[in-house]
Design a protein around this ligand. Structure first.
Ligand code: UT7
Length: 330
């Protein structure tokens, strides 16, 4: 008998501090007009350095998701933590989150698929539930990208924000909010150098007494990434629809990764989704990488943009490159 995984709770959280485009005008040679027209971003949430780490943000999003599911941390069997900005290189952010949730003994691990991290983790959660129908999997996606942004580089520092989203995944016992109807993923490791943080890993190890330079921060070839993002997101969206015998008209709401409103618009146009069926919140959050999709889902639910009975299509794209697409039936 095949098991249908469901999401039974959603949550999100962003730090209190808001940095507007006008704030960034004081930091680098940029303008609200450039950022708004080129990206759609008006503001982003940023942690106060040293006060909040990725697991702190994930704790708040996870509490909301657990409350939404009517569950407590003690009910969890697994924690999957999607991030490219963990609290520490080692141990995993999942272990910090487990400690902060006041539980122990779970399978807890991080997963790095950059901006596609939530869908990669959701796929892993589906596998956990297929292995064990009693599994209760917390998928937390959380980023403190402000810690890896070069605040003197106008071409990247205006793009990113901090935040977290979470979902609780179980087998379908009738209490689920959304069935995961299908989910497919992809990647291409030939293009790693278009979007990366070069230093700090084994490729360019840290040196004792060495200086921190721009290699330690996010580097992005914007125009090239833009082109690949639109192309791959269109391809995987169409593949998923075709695989499930669905037409784009069968989708009630499209929730894409929030990297750039122009990418979202181009994608929607190519796939044939009308603007009123596309959920956008990049104006308030910026690009929060792995957290972008679960923040958007939880935000859309809070705004009643998602209602019971709706079929939702999600598509992501990130460094690697990685990409994915998913259909949720609410
Ligand atoms: O989340 C993972 C995936 N990430 C993405 O998908 C990001 C994809 N890329 C993008 O979203 C866009 O390429 C960016 C928003 C990053 C850049 O937009 P663009 O339209 O591709 O601009 P560009 O990089 O071609 O730069 C155009 C001009 C340049 O000046 P010149 O050479 O034409 O004189 C830049 O120096 O805009 C300049 N520029 C800025 N000007 C004011 C770059 N950043 C800024 C800035 N403010 N913040």
């Amino acid at each position: 008998m095949s098991i249908t995984p469901v999401i039974c709770g959603f949550g999100h959280y962003a730090p209190e501090k808001i940095v507007s485009n006008q704030d960034l005008e004081k930091l680098v040679d940029t303008s609200d007009e450039w950022i708004t027209t080129r990206t759609g971003i008006k503001q982003r949430h940023i942690v106060v350095p040293g006060e909040q780490s990725s697991s702190d943000l994930a704790l708040e999003a996870s509490k909301m998701a657990l409350a939404d599911a009517g569950l407590s941390p003690k009910d969890l069997t697994h924690i999957l933590f999607a991030t490219l900005t963990p609290d520490t290189y080692c141990p995993s952010a999942a272990c910090y989150l487990e400690q902060k949730l006041g539980v122990r003994g779970l399978m807890a691990m991080d997963l790095n698929a950059a901006c596609s991290g939530f869908l990669y983790s959701l796929q892993t959660a589906r596998a956990m539930v297929a292995l064990d129908p009693d599994a209760v999997v917390l998928v937390a996606a959380s980023e403190v990208l402000s810690s890896r942004v070069n605040w003197t580089d106008r071409s990247t520092c205006v793009l990113f924000g901090d935040g977290s989203g979470a979902a609780v995944v179980t087998a379908d016992t009738g209490a689920g909010k959304a069935q995961v109807l299908d989910l497919i993923l992809g990647s291409d490791g030939n293009l790693t150098d278009l979007l990366l943080i070069p230093a700090g890993g084994s490729r360019f190890p840290l040196e004792l007494g060495g200086t921190v330079d721009k290699e330690s921060y996010i580097q992005l070839n914007g125009p090239d990434v833009f082109k690949h993002a639109v192309r791959e997101m269109e391809a995987i969206t169409n593949t998923l629809l075709e695989k499930n015998g669905l037409a784009v008209e069968d989708i009630d709401l499209f929730v894409p990764h929030q990297a750039n409103v122009r990418i979202i618009d181009a994608l929607a146009k190519r796939v044939g989704v009308p603007p009123e069926k596309v959920f956008v919140n990049i104006d308030r959050y910026g690009n929060t990488s792995a957290a972008s999709v679960p923040i958007a889902l939880s935000d859309a639910l809070q705004q009643n943009a998602i209602q019971p009975g709706m079929r939702i299509l999600i598509t992501t794209f990130g460094a690697g490159f990685t990409w994915g697409s998913c259909i949720l039936q609410f």
